[in-house]
Design a binder for this molecule. Structure first.
Ligand SMILES: Nc1ncnc2c1ncn2[C@@H]1O[C@H](COP(=O)(O)OP(=O)(O)OP(=O)(O)O)[C@@H](O)[C@H]1O
Length: 304
């Protein structure tokens, strides 16, 4: 077991410099259930932040607050340096916050192009099918997506390819932040690799990515920072490279209580020089086997 991460300063009260999106003090209750209590979260442009936590930790609720599904009871959301409200999914979309929920919301009988443009068909005098096809091919090429044919019905695609189509569709709205709800859940090894590659492409495009995941190997493979929620509260923000899977699991399960703010030592395109905190553990090699037994991740109330 790796040593407990050294607690440093409490999570900052104000939006982190360079953050594209900052949540501060977000609370949300459902009746007597406090799903979120005073939660902070930051994501910068070109950064992947993994949001992890045990079942019922509040991850989905936080994502729903950000995507305009649930209004928060308290707290602030700052987007591109101004405080915003996200009263509806349409408002989130308008701001530039896209969410790909686990159900993906694809139409099985429609092909890839039709799914990509569902609800936002390009129209001149009539449906511009040529333009939609060209745009679809271009977008999927930019994402290095392995889709056999844009004319194939979505029903014929693998889980990884469907995830790719759902992510590509959300990019047509030109978002600045994209939230992925367990994008690799139930995928095999090759398909998971495909989706993780796609997330790298999103980072390269300068998007801020928030990824919910229960899989520590995926988190460590793709995230810059890892924000841990426990029982609806922050339990540390970790540098993904410098923190072992065991340390993350300890924070998730409550074996350690952390209010740790370690900024990523990976490149942050939005500026900011080297972080003095980044020295600690910066040369640590990831553990040889980062795959964490799912049993360690799923114990708890399991009521969801
Ligand atoms: N619509 C709702 N009505 C009542 N309680 C809710 C609602 N949504 C979430 N909760 C409760 O809020 C708490 C946080 O749930 P949430 O779904 O956000 O956790 P989670 O971290 O996403 O869990 P999981 O990994 O199992 O999806 C849980 O106790 C859950 O039962």
């Amino acid at each position: 077991m790796s040593p407990t991460p050294t607690p440093t300063a409490p999570a900052p009260a104000a939006a982190e410099d360079g953050a594209l999106l900052s949540l501060r003090g977000i609370s949300k209750s459902f009746g007597a259930v406090a799903a979120l209590t005073g939660v902070d979260l930051d994501v910068a442009a070109g950064e992947v932040v993994a949001l992890v936590g045990d079942n019922g930790a509040g991850k989905s609720t936080l994502v729903k607050v950000l995507s305009g599904v649930h209004p928060p009871d308290a707290g602030t959301i700052t987007f591109e340096s101004r405080e915003v409200a996200v009263p509806s999914p349409a408002a989130a979309q308008q701001l530039g916050i896209a969410t790909v929920f686990q159900d993906l919301a694809l139409c099985e009988n429609l092909n890839v192009i039709e799914n990509l443009f569902l609800g936002r068909e390009l129209r001149a005098l009539r449906l511009d099918e040529v333009a939609m096809e060209v745009r679809s091919r271009e977008l999927l090429r930019q994402l290095s997506a392995k889709i056999p044919s844009v004319e194939a019905p979505v029903a014929a695609l693998s889980g990884g390819q469907r995830q790719t189509v759902a992510i590509a569709r959300s990019l047509l709205g030109d978002p600045k932040v994209i939230i992925l709800d367990e994008p690799t859940a139930a995928l095999g090894v090759a398909q998971t690799a495909e989706v993780l590659n796609l997330i790298e492409r999103l980072r390269e495009r300068g998007l801020g990515v928030i990824m919910i995941s229960h899989n520590m190997a995926d988190v460590k493979a793709v995230a810059d920072r890892v924000a841990v929620l426990r029982l609806g509260r922050n339990n540390g923000v970790f540098d993904a490279e410098a923190t072992s899977a065991e340390e993350l699991v300890a924070a998730i399960t409550g074996a350690t209580d952390n209010v740790v703010s370690r900024r990523s030592r990976r490149a942050r395109p939005s500026g900011g020089g080297p972080d003095p905190e980044d020295g600690a553990g910066a040369d640590a090699e990831p553990a040889a086997d980062e795959q964490v037994p799912t049993t360690a991740m799923t114990k708890g109330d399991g009521d969801e």
